[in-house]
Ligand binder design. Structure first.
Ligand code: FES
Length: 129
């Protein structure tokens, strides 16, 4: 698997206890107002809106549906299965039927690549793009 960070980028990324920075994808791989599911376990996804990037767990907390398939607008992502809505910055549920937040993860862009700091317990199955 080729998703580990490269040495010249590592000094630019703040160390966060219990997390490891991974190169998730190129910034251009995430269409504006959409999500990109990453090859991690549990699944995480990168979202972008107005040139800002967000990383959340991909699975809706109401049921097991991919939030990367959802609609992104006004700083939120809406699950397409039953229309729960989550805050992209905090993961807080903003509309039922979801009542539990989704986990959010630090994200940054360096030299056109998106890096996410995932818990060390997450498995990286494959590089996305
Ligand atoms: S699975 Fe997302 S709202 Fe039901």
């Amino acid at each position: 698997m080729n998703a580990i960070i490269i040495d010249d980028v590592a000094p630019l990324l703040e160390e966060i206890e219990g997390r490891t920075w991974w190169r998730a994808c190129s910034a251009g791989a995430v269409p504006d107002d959409e999500g990109l599911k990453l090859g991690t376990l549990p699944p995480a996804a990168v979202f972008t809106q107005d040139d800002r990037f967000f990383c959340l767990d991909d699975t809706c907390t109401h049921d097991t549906y991919s939030l990367a398939e959802g609609w992104v607008e006004d700083g939120t992502v809406e699950c397409t299965l039953h229309l729960a809505k989550f805050d992209l910055r905090t993961g807080a549920p903003l509309r039922p039927p979801a009542t539990a937040p989704v986990a959010v993860h630090p994200v940054t862009v360096v030299d056109g690549a998106v890096y996410v700091a995932l818990p060390t317990t997450y498995l990286i199955k494959e590089e996305t793009a």
